[in-house]
Structures are given as structure tokens and as C-alpha cells.
Write a protein that binds this ligand. Structure first.
Ligand SMILES: *Cc1c(COP(=O)(O)O)cnc(C)c1O
Length: 455
């Protein structure tokens, strides 16, 4: 049997070879799902297997089904790449196998989260006293933020949501834009509020909440427990709600303002785009992803709350055998997970690698490349359907059927990968520029392929 060091080195070498191959690899090769499943399937082995053979079998089985989404010409969803130092840190996190439950189970994991959390708040302009839960994605961050919201708006009327649940509780109003992300609805389901509770607010031309409509919806009912879900970064258009005015409206009404800023909150990290999320610091809770625009490896996101006591009241648990860190809420006090991996190492490493200037440059570069896409495709005679304010571009190629055909042709071609979406009743190609490795040449090559395939 090989030494673990040789096995680990080989695994890291595989990962590095793969990364090196990304710029030249077809993006989004059509996978043969049956063959892939076959490669992994077979009866449960009875006998043990030497680790080096396991590694070889895993690589052989997985390789044909890997999507080059970490590469520079993958523009699907809002995926982002994975920074070298952050990836290396995640390899270490696996090797160290730390339990990031609290400062007793891993002082280093909690210290990294504390430091990285401080850096994140500074970069995003979130109040320094806020708590940060290191979670799996913006889905989990939305759930944590809305759990804190649920706690506080019910506490305001004398109801203890954690102890008594929602049976018999005073009703909660939930107000959200009609172009909110689908994860908001799932969080509401998980929190026992359900989706019917949502009072939708109309959105303006580019998909940001219309303030007059928000004012009207808020006024439609008296004061009482009220949660308002705002958004920084419409998943189709990139549009950001006018957070300053919106938060002021919500607070005048006595409500809780939650911001889903999965990728759009990063606008705050560049002086060029900061105005798009002006006033974000007025909100009560925020969800933001690390694995999208910050280019951290999956999975990594942040649940921020302006009130650490409320955040912990909603999310922490206590048990007799748990020896707490004795300090401020940290680690598992702020997330839905109990045992959890040490996500903070990769966050710390990614931020250390980029620095403040590097994060700002990443945001600026992706926005400039999105505009380059919009200009190139407009010049080729196609229609850009959204106002490109951030890193998202929606393109129409005529009628819905033709647009779907172009999207399918681009995905099959492999030069780049773009998804399709339905926005305002129309089928559109959706390009999201979120990868730190994408260059102007990548965008130009992708435009050329799209134009060729649309012809
Ligand atoms: C991606 C996204 C989410 C969900 O984030 P996950 O990281 O996939 O959990 C929520 N809201 C918005 C606006 C998003 O773009």
C-alpha cells in the first residue's frame, strides 16, 4: 500500500492537471449519462480496495462527466471559478478534517471564519458588529436570514417562535419582489411560513423592485410582524433593488429587511459599482455567496445578520454534552448545520489571494466583459434584452424557438456554455460572466461561436 502522502499528492496532481486543461477543454460536452452511471455502478463491493486503486477508478469514472464550469468560457447559471489559493486551502481543509462546530472542536477553523468574516463585512460594507454564518450556499443563507427575521418580528409582538413554533402565532406578512430568486420560496417553506404568504411587489423595467409598489403593498395592511425580502442581483438581469429607500420604507413600517445578494452584493466591493447597492448597510440580514462571484470552490456562502443575538437565537442549539466556546456565537451557532466542514480556510485564502484591490478588479473585469458580450452581440444584429448593469446579459435571437435552437447549438458546440431562461415571458440566452479567469479573448471567441451558430 502506498503512503497517504503519495496518494494525496496524486489526487492533487489530478486536480491540477484538470485545471490546466480547462482553457482548451470543450465546455459542456454532452455526457452519456447511462455510461457514467454504469461506470460508478455495480454491486456493493464486499472486500476492501487499496486506496490508490480507488483513486484511479474514481478518476476514470468521473472524467468523462466533468463539466468545465471552472473554466474561462462557462457562462451558465452564475457559477464562477475557484481561485488557486482557495482551492488549495480546501484541499488542506479535507486533509486536516477539522470539525468547525466551535472553538473547542477546531480553534483554527473558527479563527479563520472570524477573520474572514471581518474581511467580508469590510469588503461588502456590512456593519462590523454583524454576525456571519459560513453556510453551504445562498439558499442556506436566505434560510438563516429569514429565520432570524421570523424570530425578531414575532418577538416584537411577544411571541417566542423558537419555543412555540408557528401554531397559534400571530400572522407574519412576507413581502418580496415578483422576480425574487426561487430559493426565497423554499426558505419560506422550510420555515413554516409557506409560499402563499408572499405578497408580491411589482418590479421595474430591469427587474428591480418598484418602490411605489413596495410602499403600496406595505401600506395595504397595518403594522405587525413584517418581513421584506429585497434583492441585490436579479438572477436574470443583475438588477439591484434600491436598497436605501427600500430599507427605510421597511423600517418605517417596523419590518425586517432581508437582502438576497447571492452574487449582486459583490457590487459593493468595487468603487465602480458600489452605487448599485447603496444603502445595503441599512438592512437587517444579508445572504451572499462565496462560490459564485468571489470564485471560491463549492460550497461556500455567508449568512450575515445585523443582530448577532437574534441570529444565534434563531439558529443555535444547546445540549448538555456540548462544551461551548464560551465566547460570542460562532461556527454552528449561526448555521443550520451542527457538524460542519472548515469552510473558513478557503474563504480566508481566497480573500488573502485577491486582497481588496483584487476583489474590486474581479468585479470590474466581469462587468466590463459582460458589456463586451452585449456590445458584440448587438453589433452582430441580436437583441440584448436587459440593461447590463452588472455581470448578466440576456440575449434574444428572434422568436423563442430560434433562441432555444441557438442555446442548444452553443451548448453542443463546446466553445463556450450559456444557459437559456424565460424572462418576462420570453425565451432568452443568459450569459453570466463570473469567472476570475475569463479574458477578453475568451469573450471574443465565445461571441464568434455564438454568431456562427446563430447564422
Ligand atoms: C444562486 C442564487 C441563490 C441560491 O444560491 P445557492 O448558492 O445556489 O444556494 C439565491 N439567490 C440568488 C439571487 C442567486 O443568484
Amino acid at each position: 500500500m502506498e503512503e497517504p502522502s503519495s496518494l494525496f499528492r496524486r489526487a492533487a496532481e489530478h486536480a491540477a492537471d484538470y485545471r490546466r486543461s480547462l482553457p482548451d477543454r470543450p465546455v459542456g460536452v454532452p455526457a452519456d449519462h447511462a455510461a457514467l452511471t454504469d461506470a460508478f455502478s455495480g454491486p456493493l463491493p464486499a472486500a476492501p480496495c487499496p486506496p490508490e486503486r480507488v483513486l484511479a477508478e474514481l478518476v476514470a469514472a468521473a472524467e468523462p462527466g466533468l463539466v468545465a464550469s471552472a473554466g474561462p468560457r462557462y457562462f451558465g447559471f452564475v457559477v464562477g471559478g475557484a481561485l488557486p489559493a482557495a482551492t488549495a486551502a480546501d484541499i488542506l481543509a479535507a486533509g486536516w478534517d477539522q470539525l468547525a462546530f466551535n472553538a473547542v472542536t477546531s480553534p483554527a477553523a473558527v479563527a479563520a471564519e472570524t477573520a474572514a468574516g471581518g474581511w467580508l463585512k469590510e469588503l461588502l460594507g456590512i456593519p462590523a458588529a454583524s454576525s456571519v454564518g459560513f453556510v453551504t450556499g445562498a439558499q442556506a443563507a436566505n434560510t438563516a436570514g429569514l429565520a432570524a427575521a421570523r424570530h425578531q418580528v414575532l418577538a416584537d409582538v411577544g411571541w417566542d417562535a423558537e419555543r412555540r413554533g408557528l401554531l397559534g402565532a400571530p400572522p407574519i406578512r412576507v413581502i418580496a419582489g415578483d422576480e425574487r430568486h426561487g430559493t426565497i420560496d423554499r426558505s419560506l417553506r422550510l420555515l413554516g411560513l409557506g409560499t402563499d404568504v408572499v405578497e408580491p411587489v411589482a418590479t421595474g423595467a430591469n427587474g428591480a423592485v418598484d418602490l411605489e409598489s413596495l410602499r403600496a403593498v406595505l401600506r395595504a395592511d397595518g403594522p405587525g410582524p413584517t418581513i421584506v425580502c429585497l434583492q441585490a442581483g436579479n438572477v436574470n438581469t443583475g438588477a439591484c433593488d434600491e436598497l436605501r429607500e427600500a430599507c427605510e420604507l421597511v423600517h418605517r413600517h417596523g419590518g425586517w429587511a432581508h437582502v438576497d445578494g447571492a452574487f449582486g452584493l459583490w457590487a459593493a466591493a468595487s468603487p465602480t459599482t458600489r452605487h448599485l447597492v447603496d444603502g445595503l448597510e441599512l438592512a437587517d440580514s444579508w445572504a451572499c455567496d462565496g462560490h459564485k462571484w468571489l470564485n471560491l470552490p463549492y460550497d461556500s456562502a455567508f449568512a450575515f445578520c445585523a443582530r448577532p443575538d437574534v441570529h444565534a437565537a434563531a439558529m443555535s442549539y444547546a445540549a448538555a454534552y456540548l462544551v461551548g466556546s464560551g465566547g460570542a456565537p460562532a461556527g454552528a451557532d449561526l448555521t443550520a448545520e451542527s457538524s460542519r466542514r472548515a469552510r473558513g480556510f478557503a474563504v480566508w485564502a481566497g480573500l488573502r489571494e485577491l486582497g481588496r484591490d483584487g476583489v474590486a478588479a474581479l468585479v470590474d473585469r466581469c462587468c466590463a466583459l459582460a458589456r463586451r458580450f452585449a456590445e458584440g452581440l448587438t453589433a452582430a444584429g441580436f437583441e440584448v434584452a436587459n440593461e447590463v448593469v452588472l455581470n448578466q446579459v440576456l440575449v434574444g435571437f428572434g422568436d423563442d424557438a430560434r433562441t432555444d435552437r441557438v442555446v442548444a447549438a452553443v451548448q453542443a458546440d463546446g466553445t463556450c456554455w450559456a444557459g437559456g431562461t424565460t424572462w418576462r415571458g420570453r425565451r432568452l440566452m443568459r450569459l453570466s460572466v463570473s469567472n476570475a479567469a475569463t479574458t477578453e479573448a475568451d469573450v471574443d471567441r465565445s461571441i464568434a461561436a455564438i454568431v456562427r451558430l446563430a447564422a
